[in-house]
Design a protein around this ligand. Structure first.
Ligand code: SER
Length: 874
């Protein structure tokens, strides 16, 4: 059975049983506690926690999921993948264990035709109920009780959790030892996990309480089911991954199944190639942190494993193409964003190619160092550094080290990796503050946002949090985070900054500086108690800073008009990839492959202003996602939208899904001024702009600047300033030239005089003098004189200068003199010692400096004698 049929059969089976079919959410989760979407349940978390009433009692989905924890296992086993498709059915307080097991049994045995005597089930150690239900289908010896590690499921962070029951298929004796999943999880392959989602756990993954309802969350790995139904040896040989493995074979000319190391590399190239295409399509771009880093690391593994297979051309384009072909139908975003995915993947591949070359040079140096020190060990620190900074997989370092006759200190390397993993895990969990707030938010439920229509609202202060802890009261001067039952404050989101303003209660006032989205559907107000004290539970009046909101609204409408203009002028590939909407200013990132010329940028600015001046109405309304899409509304990368969405229309030309706040008519934006345009990464450009009074202020500042420059240049009219400036610069150049030749002449004359003062020591002309100026002037003069002496004949110059603290000496000798054994450093040695220093330099030119300026005259007067001695000894 093909993968696509398994997918369809699963969803159809549950659709026929009143489950709403819900599309996969993005790999970028709408949940700050997670880096990437790890399971089908992630998008339903608010339903499980009771933070939001479920939109339907039952759901089913095929979710793209990603597990970073498995990156290093990919290729090692038959079943581990980073990206996989998870089929699931969900009940939100509707059916529970009995039905969940019955559904699963029916689908696996009848729907997918797996022979019942190949099936095993596990249950949580104390779950008698689940065991009893399984006994209706399976003999008792194929129902295994297991502990918390195996049969209690959580997200790995605080959140919903519960005991689970897993279904295993026996793949037969050729895959391992007899005895069930406890004995061999390669032979007994887990295909489906049924989670009885009934608890809530804290950050330490300890059960902290019960969820408001008893729920079901199941997950079946599509690739694993395909492995079983297609009777192949590993997930890589299913029709879901085999074509990518073929591609890796084709690119490398190597064959799968020939040897273990090659297989592993082929599997990594295939699996990571597919996974990275999905990540980029969901808006992840390579960077050095967070999910961007996960992507970067994986692309690097693709490239370096391809190198190990002997491929030296780019491999990502072919892998992306193949992925889009295979999965475009199930995930249309892949098709729509293909050009972008290709662009990002190739440019990262090229970039890494360069890094790899650089890294290799460093690697060779490290090898030299180790060998020089007589060691046969390649340091673990260096291996870690290559891994961390250059993305060198450890195997690559090991292989290269082996070739160089060294052994990598893998113990040290593993230790450092372990430390880094701990750091990453900690970072992924979110800080303690988030946790304290999470508790308050869960209790408070959602916050009603009334700020589209009202700048002010009567509300209740439902929670006060300081330093991550719930508090009854907070007093003047304390920093707080507060929750209201309803609020006019817009929480930072969709690029738009959060509102500022004040919240007043009968006893105190909080100055709100920022507003952000909190856990669940809450809105968190951050600020300082400005006076008195505030108490949880008090009635409050919340009012936003209206001027700031208006300035922000101008930026937001300006951004939509800019987005429209950019697409109109550059084409539909120019998609918004990020934005910042702040009071009076905006930053707009979009996908485009080259810089905008001055003229084009002016055209963007001009057209945007013409559009704005039409003073078209800006309308916002809620509708279904399907309707919005049918109207051609533009949705953004990585955003997750619910069933109901908000649409913002500007005139009859721009229509976007957007939760932000806007002006009523475009004329209110008044002025749109581009400040800069530039690249911010592969295929990504950024425009920064100002709107309204902020744009005007900027123009005024520039105008004042120009006036000031004009005044300095003596141009009565600023329009004459450029001409004046050009003329002034030309005049300056002329004067510089003139001054230069005068100086040269002067130096030449001075040189002539010095030359005339030369004495002869044993027939060798010698110039000795004390001059003004610094070491540079001295050097220049010494070289000039050396050049003016007979070049092949012998000759020497020694010049000195001094200030209060030190004496400086320069000596220059001709080639003829060097041939007679007298070099500049030797000539200067004695004089250098006299002024309290040492001499150094090249044969023909030497310097000396010392801390005894008063001894300079004596030092110079000793020079002829020194030359005489040197000539005699030579
Ligand atoms: N959430 C569970 C899992 O990921 C079942 O979907 O295994």
């Amino acid at each position: 059975m093909e993968g696509s049929r398994i997918r369809r059969r699963f969803l159809d089976f549950f659709a026929e049983r009143e489950h709403q079919v819900v599309p996969s959410s993005s790999l970028i989760p709408n949940d700050p506690s997670l880096l990437l979407t790890t399971a089908g349940m992630v998008q339903f978390k608010p339903f499980f926690l009771g933070e939001q009433p479920p939109s339907y009692p039952r759901a089913t989905s095929c979710q793209k999921a990603f597990r970073t924890t498995d990156i290093d296992l990919v290729g090692e086993t038959d079943r581990h993948l980073t990206l996989f498709e998870m089929l699931g059915n969900f009940s939100f307080g509707d059916y529970f264990k009995e039905e969940a097991v019955a559904f699963a049994w029916q689908l696996v045995t009848e729907g997918f035709g797996v022979e019942p005597d190949r099936l095993w089930a596990t249950v949580f150690e104390s779950d008698d109920e689940a065991e009893a239900i399984w006994k209706e289908h399976l003999p008792p010896d194929r129902i295994v009780r297991r502990g918390k590690k195996d049969n209690f499921w959580s997200m790995g962070v605080a959140g919903p959790c519960g005991p689970c029951s897993e279904i295993y298929v026996d793949r037969g004796p050729e895959h391992g030892a007899e005895g069930g999943p406890e004995v061999d999880e390669d032979r007994y392959l887990e295909i489906w996990n049924l989670v009885f989602m009934q608890n809530e756990c804290d950050a330490a993954i300890e059960v902290a309480g019960d969820l408001p309802t008893k729920n079901i969350d199941t997950g079946m790995g599509l690739e694993r089911m395909a492995l079983v139904l297609q009777g192949v040896g590993s997930a890589f040989e299913t029709d879901l991954l085999r074509p990518l493995l073929d591609e890796a074979e084709r690119l490398s000319g190597r064959r799968y199944g020939e040897d273990g190391e090659t297989d592993r590399s082929l599997r990594i190239v295939a699996e990571h190639g597919r996974a990275t295409a999905f990540l980029i399509a969901d808006g992840v771009v390579p960077s050095n942190e967070g999910r961007g880093y996960v992507l970067r690391r994986m692309l690097r593994r693709v490239v370096s494993h391809a190198r190990r297979l002997g491929v030296h051309e780019d491999v990502t384009p072919a892998l992306v193409e193949r992925t889009v072909e295979l999965f475009g139908e199930a995930y249309p975003d892949l098709v729509e964003r293909k050009a972008f995915v290709l662009q990002v993947a190739t440019s990262e591949e090229e970039h890494f190619g360069r890094t790899l070359r650089q890294g290799l040079t460093l690697f060779e140096e490290e090898v030299e160092r180790a060998k020089g020190a007589g060691s046969s060990t390649f340091p673990g620190e260096a291996a870690f550094l290559y891994h961390d900074t250059y993305g060198f997989p450890i195997e690559l370092t090991q292989e290269l080290a082996r070739e160089a006759g060294l052994q990598v200190d893998t113990e040290r390397f593993e230790l450092l990796m372990g430390e880094q993993r701990t750091r990453a895990r900690e970072a992924a969990k979110g800080g303690p503050e988030e946790r304290g707030l999470g508790e308050a938010a869960r209790e408070a439920g959602s916050t009603e946002f009334v700020g589209y229509a009202h700048p002010r609202a009567e509300a209740r202060l439902v929670a006060v949090v300081t330093g991550g802890e719930r508090r009854e009261t907070a007093t003047e001067g304390e920093r707080v985070e507060v929750l209201l039952d309803r609020t006019p404050f817009y929480a930072e989101g969709g690029g738009q900054v959060g509102d500022a303003g004040v919240i007043k209660t009968g006893s105190g006032e909080i100055r709100i500086e920022d507003t952000v989205a909190g856990p669940g559907a809450t809105i968190v107000h951050r600020g300082v108690v400005a006076s008195g004290e505030v108490r949880a539970g008090q009635e409050a009046e919340a009012e936003i800073d209206g001027a700031r909101r208006e300035a922000t609204a101008r930026s937001h409408t300006g951004t939509h008009v800019l987005h429209w203009t950019v697409r109109d002028l550059l084409g539909d590939h120019a998609r918004q990839a990020g934005s910042l909407v702040a009071p009076g200013r905006l930053r707009f990132d979009f996908t485009h492959f080259e810089g905008l010329s001055r003229d084009l940028l002016e055209e963007v600015e001009g057209r945007a202003n013409v559009r704005l001046a039409e003073d078209a109405p800006v309308r916002a309304y809620e509708t279904t996602l399907d309707f919005a899409k049918s109207q051609g509304a533009i949705a953004l990368f990585g955003e997750k939208y619910g069933d109901m969405v908000r649409v913002v229309e500007v005139g009859d030309y721009s229509i976007e899904l957007c939760g932000g706040t806007h002006v009523g008519r475009t004329g209110q934006v008044a002025l749109f001024l581009v400040q800069s345009e530039g690249s911010i990464g592969s295929g990504l450009r950024r425009i920064e702009a100002l709107v309204g009074p902020d744009a005007l202020e900027h123009v005024n500042r520039e105008r004042r600047l120009l006036e000031e420059v004009a005044e300095i240049l003596g141009a009565g009219d600023p329009r004459q300033a450029p001409d004046r400036a050009r003329r002034a610069m030309a005049h300056l150049k002329e004067l510089e030239n003139e001054l230069g030749s005068l100086r040269a002449k002067e130096r030449g004359e001075q040189g002539g005089e010095l030359l005339a003062s030369a004495t002869a020591v044993a027939g060798v002309p010698l110039v000795v003098a004390e001059l003004g100026g610094d070491a540079g002037a001295l050097r220049e003069m010494a070289l000039q004189l050396r050049g003016r002496l007979e070049p092949d004949g012998p000759g020497a110059v020694v010049l000195g200068t001094r200030d209060e603290k030190k004496a400086t000496l320069v000596a220059a000798v001709t080639k003829g003199l060097i041939e007679r054994g007298v070099t500049a450093p030797r000539l200067l040695e004695e004089a250098a010692a006299t002024v309290g220093g040492g001499a150094g330099g090249k044969d023909h030119l030497a310097f000396a400096g010392g801390g005894k300026p008063d001894a300079l005259a004596a030092a110079l007067s000793g020079v002829p004698g020194r030359l005489e001695v040197l000539l005699r000894d030579a």
